[in-house]
Design a protein around this ligand. Structure first.
Ligand SMILES: *Cc1c(COP(=O)(O)O)cnc(C)c1O
Length: 396
């Protein structure tokens, strides 16, 4: 039997409302955009603090291009370690309170590289069921046994650890802020469990760094457990408005990653402009301006979430700037998204396989740059369209 042609597979996706395409978004990343001919308020960007268009990041990137050019020219271990790589790594280590840090080219490259370097055949990875796909891919690549524990359930994690006694290494890995539900990992309990079972703990803070904690150091700062996490991974392309990712850990672990993380070893390192933008972003995050941006973001998130919750939407466990609106059906989710675009609101629908079947949703993300007036209008449109489609109050 010959395999199903790709055209037929694409048709099948269309029939199931699971077909995807890249949409052209014109007009930047901080507020009003143009999508498929519609002027709209951007409500699905991870540029949480608006730093992607901040003058200081632009200036940093421009100066770096003038001074160092457009490319690093090689991977890190060949000739691709420039001044800016070492400066940013030192800066990240001091920011995260770790002995050392290592830059990766993206969060995806970091997770696949870190996890497959730290564990292998005979080891066991304990991964929250809602962890990001790049964590799952890293686990598959590592060939370690993958145990997915129920979402945000430390008691279930503990039982899993008891069922898998230490033969090799044991690695617990979790998102700090869950990317599709917007809830927070229970890090204090995870740290206690990691200590009790002598396991490694890795936290992916893609949506926490810059945004959470008094000084923007992320979800570990919020929970007061920074020093107790073995590997703090985070990304520079979301809240920090730049691009790339990092691991912050002990000198020993970082040296091991340099010697074994294949996504680091076999890939050209990040270019100067990107590194300089990240440095400028960290300056802002740690400044009073950063504190003010975080305060505005938190206020916007609270207003938006509370308004939609009291209008009868199921926002799942959201307690961050990521606010899902549960719909359920994939087709209805996409209709909802389309109707909102006609109303001047750009919110993406999220469908399987990114979320479980029957849990399709609109994933709204707030930014510090949204005004109260814009959000009031957004809430009004979402409630009106949601009622017309009958997706409000369905799950409560
Ligand atoms: C976005 C994301 C990543 C991937 O980071 P990129 O830099 O975009 O490749 C990894 N983990 C989580 C939790 C994410 O949300």
């Amino acid at each position: 039997m010959s395999p199903l042609p790709y055209a037929d597979r694409l048709d099948r996706l269309k029939e199931q409302d699971l077909y995807r395409r890249c949409r052209l978004v014109e007009g930047g990343t901080s507020g009003r955009v143009r999508v498929d001919g519609h002027e709209a308020l951007l409500l699905c960007s991870n540029n949480y603090l608006g730093l992607a268009e901040h003058p200081a990041l632009k200036r940093g990137a421009q100066r770096a291009v003038e001074r160092w050019g457009c490319s690093s020219g090689a991977s890190r271990l060949v000739s691709g370690t420039m001044e800016l790589h070492t400066i940013l790594e030192e800066r990240l280590a001091s920011f995260k309170g770790s002995e050392a840090a290592l830059i990766f080219n993206s969060g995806y490259a970091a997770n696949t590289g870190i996890i497959s370097a730290l564990v292998g055949r005979g080891d066991v990875i304990f991964s929250d069921r809602l962890n990001h796909a790049s964590i799952v891919d890293g686990a598959l690549l590592s060939r370690a046994t993958l145990v997915r524990y129920p979402h945000n359930d430390p008691a279930a994690l503990r039982r899993s650890l008891e069922r898998h006694p230490a033969k090799g290494r044991r690695l617990i890995v979790t998102d700090g802020v869950f990317s599709m539900d917007g809830d927070l990992a229970r890090l204090t309990e995870l740290v206690a469990i990691k200590q009790e079972f002598d396991a490694l703990l890795m936290v992916d803070d893609a949506h926490g760094v810059g945004v959470l904690g008094e000084t923007g150091r992320g979800s570990a700062e919020l929970c007061g457990v920074t020093a107790k996490i073995d590997i703090q991974m985070g990304t520079l392309g979301k809240g920090l408005g730049s691009f790339g990712a990092y691991a912050a850990a002990s000198r020993e672990l970082i040296d091991w990653l340099v010697n074994s993380a294949r996504s680091l070893i076999f890939s050209t390192s990040l270019p100067p402009a990107v590194l300089a933008a990240s440095l400028a972003a960290l300056e802002i995050v740690e400044s009073p301006e950063g504190g003010e941006l975080r305060r505005r973001l938190a206020e916007n998130s609270r207003f938006f979430r509370d308004s939609l919750r009291s209008a009868g939407f199921d926002t799942l466990g959201s307690e961050s700037q990521i606010v899902p609106l549960l719909v359920g059906d994939a087709g209805e989710t996409m209709t909802f998204s389309r109707r909102l675009l006609e109303e001047g609101l750009f919110v993406q629908g999220i469908r399987p396989p990114t979320v479980p079947v029957g849990a399709s949703r609109l994933r709204c993300t707030l930014m510090a740059t949204h005004t109260r007036e814009e959000l009031e209008q957004a809430v009004e449109s979402i409630v009106r369209v949601g009622r017309a489609l009958g997706v409000v109050n369905r799950h409560v």
